[in-house]
Design a protein around this ligand. Structure first.
Ligand SMILES: Nc1ncnc2c1ncn2[C@@H]1O[C@H](COP(=O)(O)OP(=O)(O)OP(=O)(O)O)[C@@H](O)[C@H]1O
Ligand SMILES: [Mg+2]
Length: 264
């Protein structure tokens, strides 16, 4: 039976979809059957990040309304036979998919996968409840920005009432140079403030944006991929090895790099 993990956040745009896609790829690359569900009904973009938007015929809304079977709506990843995407719908009215319908969809899928990742919409309203009610583990994604951390704290306190097996935090878009200069909180300090365990640290990485726009997020060995691979290992092993975004700015060469990056 699949482990069902929701990736959620209080503030929008912190990287839930990017990390859901990368994490799904990392888990599938480690021989796990993995499904990523786009639970952002009405505003989905997981299909674009995964580069499958042209293959989209049916979506979650069509399955729920009985227009097609689940297997009609699942899209197999181009590069990994063990990875599938269930798209949500641009056109579907958000309130028309109930939490119960979403949950029953997941129950029908859970025996076919090792992992079901649920890419949640931002915020704490109906879409949040629907996505979280289908999961048994949650990961809250935040960035080091104060507003994202504060909204993450609100989401964490709401998650506490869902009876989940585990709740952890990913800090995304960390800049090692700013952390070393004391101008950005470290991921470890953010997790201490939030009082939940840190399961991953992902650096600020322009390549993530470039390759996700091209629908090729999994194909390049950029720094954020290394960081997400560590998260996949943590999920599988229960251990915690974290990416250190400050490492490349340490030592003589690192200091030179930091100086050069500041001056361009
Ligand atoms: N580590 C990163 N480094 C650089 N850019 C990033 C990083 N993570 C995400 N981004 C960029 O931030 C933007 C928002 O990311 P994404 O869509 O994954 O966020 P989201 O939390 O799913 O947003 P929403 O709440 O709207 O669903 C995208 O342009 C993405 O490429
Ligand atoms: Mg998103």
């Amino acid at each position: 039976m699949a482990r069902k993990i929701v990736l959620t956040s209080g503030k929008g745009g912190v990287g839930k979809t990017s990390i859901s896609a990368s994490l799904g790829i990392s888990l599938a690359n480690r021989n796990n059957r993995c499904l990523i569900i786009d639970a952002d009904v009405g505003l989905n973009n997981l299909d674009v990040v995964m580069g499958v938007e042209n293959q989209l015929v049916y979506d979650m809304a069509d399955v729920i309304s009985g227009k097609c079977t689940i297997s009609n709506a699942l899209i197999q990843d181009k590069y990994n036979a063990g990875l599938y995407i269930l798209p949500s719908s641009h056109a579907f009215n958000d309130v028309q998919v109930s939490a119960a319908e979403f949950r029953s969809l997941i129950y029908r899928l859970e025996d076919s996968f090792d992992f079901i990742l649920i890419d949640c919409p931002a915020g704490i309203d109906v879409g949040f409840h629907r996505a979280v009610s289908g999961a048994d583990e949650a990961i809250v994604v935040t960035t080091p920005h104060i507003s994202a951390i504060r909204d993450g704290d609100k989401v964490l306190s709401m998650l506490a009432s869902y009876g989940l097996n585990s709740i952890s935090v990913i800090v995304n878009r960390v800049r090692g140079d700013l952390v070393l200069q004391g101008n950005m909180m470290s991921a470890e300090d953010i997790a201490k403030v939030l009082r939940y365990p840190l399961i991953g640290v992902v650096p600020e990485d322009d390549n993530l944006t470039i390759y996700s726009q091209l629908g090729r997020i999994g194909l390049n060995a950029h720094q954020s991929r290394i960081a997400v691979d560590l998260i996949a290992d943590n999920i599988l092993s229960g251990k915690t090895r974290l990416y250190d975004p400050t490492l490349r700015y340490k030592g003589l060469i690192g200091k030179l790099k930091m100086w050069l990056e500041k001056s361009i």
